[in-house]
Design a protein around this ligand. Structure first.
Ligand SMILES: Nc1ncnc2c1ncn2[C@@H]1O[C@H](COP(=O)(O)OP(=O)(O)OP(=O)(O)O)[C@@H](O)[C@H]1O
Ligand SMILES: [Mg+2]
Length: 257
């Protein structure tokens, strides 16, 4: 499990203040909040890419940002929001990079590395793109290759920053079904997501961030209330229920006569 304890981080003015959350094995935590709320900053902290200015981020009680990169890559895998994507590599080569921390002494892939890459590429629907250069893929295709890389890494913790943003509705649903399967398989998963209905459908808990204010962490029903969406996002939303499943669904009221 991954945990953030009393984490503070600011770029000059306070951004994350006393963030306390944990993502246990079997959980899919949705990280939501307005643009600039600190979601990507929190994702980088949870990946150990930056150190908190105070507090701790630990995986199984080990401070993440002090671990050697190879050890960290066996624990946490990432899809970042803004990754430079102009590598001169094919999709398969990029996915195999997810296996780098596991490769043998000479850095050669073994059959299980290729099998893991193939499985991840089939799961994300990019197997047919294996030999294509990443630079020639569409935005959504690239995102799914990066998702395949993170899945192939086969870590107990997955942190994804807006992985759904470039995806069409089917691939968004496929993505969340994959994350759901990973958490049910015992992974601890945290995902930054702007689509609150996707978050409400698939996440086991939510963390709602707003810049410089304490995060609100709780169940979907606790976090996604009309009053909170009004105060944090400044929008009027009616909270209703899914006609088939009864799950919570948000209906924005702007544009409604
Ligand atoms: N390297 C940096 N230096 C200074 N300020 C930064 C830096 N990175 C981010 N910020 C600021 O910190 C705040 C939070 O940024 P962050 O990227 O974490 O937001 P976010 O919640 O992910 O937003 P979005 O929904 O737009 O992705 C923003 O106001 C941003 O301008
Ligand atoms: Mg962001």
């Amino acid at each position: 499990m991954i945990s953030a304890r009393a984490v503070r981080f600011s770029y000059g003015k306070p951004l994350l203040v006393d963030v306390d959350l944990e993502v246990a094995s079997g959980e899919l935590l949705g990280i939501i909040g307005p643009n600039g709320a600190g979601k990507s900053t929190l994702a980088r902290l949870l990946l150990g890419l930056v150190a908190p200015q105070s507090g701790r981020v630990t995986v199984d009680d080990r401070d993440l940002h002090t671990l050697p990169a190879r050890a960290r890559a066996r624990l946490v895998a990432a899809v970042l929001q803004d990754e430079p994507l102009e590598f001169p590599f094919t999709a398969l080569e990029v996915v195999l990079m997810g296996r780098r921390a596991r490769l043998g002494a000479f850095g050669f892939e073994r059959p299980d590395d290729l099998a893991a890459a193939e499985r991840a590429m089939r799961d994300t629907g990019v197997f047919d793109l294996a030999d294509r250069p990443l630079s020639e893929l569409s935005g959504g295709e690239r995102k799914r290759v990066l998702l395949a890389r993170a899945l192939a890494q086969d870590t107990p913790v997955l942190i994804l920053d807006e992985p759904a943003a470039a995806l069409d509705i089917r691939h968004q649903l496929d993505l969340f079904a994959l994350l759901d399967a990973r958490r049910k398989g015992g992974a601890a998963v945290a995902v930054v997501v702007h689509d609150l209905n996707l978050a409400a459908t698939f996440c086991t808990r939510l963390a709602l961030l707003s810049a410089g204010a304490p995060a609100v962490v709780g169940s979907v029903a606790e976090v996604l209330t009309e009053a909170r969406l009004r105060s944090v996002f400044g929008v009027e939303v009616a909270v209703g229920s899914h006609p088939v499943t009864g799950a919570r669904v948000l209906f924005p009221l702007r544009g409604v006569e």
